[in-house]
Design a protein around this ligand. Sequence first.
Ligand code: PXP
Length: 249
Amino acid sequence: MNGSEYLRLGVNIDHVATVRNARGGNVPDPIRAAKLAEDAGADGITAHLREDRRHMVDADIDALMASLSVPLNFEMAATDEMQKIALKYKPHAVCIVPERREERTTEGGLEVAREENKLAHFIAPLADAGCRVSIFIAADQRQIEAAARIGAAVVELHTGAYCDAHAEGRFDERDAELERLRQMSKFADSLGLEVHAGHGLTYDTVEPVAAFPEVKELNIGHFLIGEAIFVGLEEAINGMRERMQAARS
Ligand code: PXP
């Protein structure tokens, strides 16, 4: 497999911290999960430091930066507090996501088109510090154009609507969402943006997205951590990797 065909897997370890925080204390340790994921062949680790610190906490980011050998993709909201933290650590990648306190997970993509000036100013120092700036958006042409205009290097397309439609048996909608993801991956690539995708992906939904040649990285968390309860993290990651490779070849 040559470099242009290779599809990277970023493993999101947030929900190891969710389980830890359910009891307080130190177990299970998300850093141990990150090292295991690394050993199992993850190409990167993704961690979202939310404003309310409901899963990852500041000390986790500190420990990840100190101990990882693969790149860290630091997910964060566009706030001054998070910008300061990102500029302190200068992770390989910063992925800007929308955040609402009342949501259970990152429910939608970022509204870039409406906040273009503000976001352009927000990401400039991050890019200047050497972080690859990624913007998490819906597969929507307006948002992709805006992400390109503000100078993002990467767009991560939100696969949640596609995965939800699949899980709920709304197969016409699922297929329409998949087609939208396919077209918008091509469109973003044509603007020179690197294309990533993620949210809600499982063994059942990963292959059609992994098959898009423009997609260079998938970020997957909740399903892998859940599956790890039954088979262990290494086997869960291997199972995902096999499906990604099968889709790609
Ligand atoms: N990508 C982004 C930008 C996300 O916010 C998340 C969820 O934190 C994911 C990928 C991973 O989603 P999931 O945990 O559903 O696999």
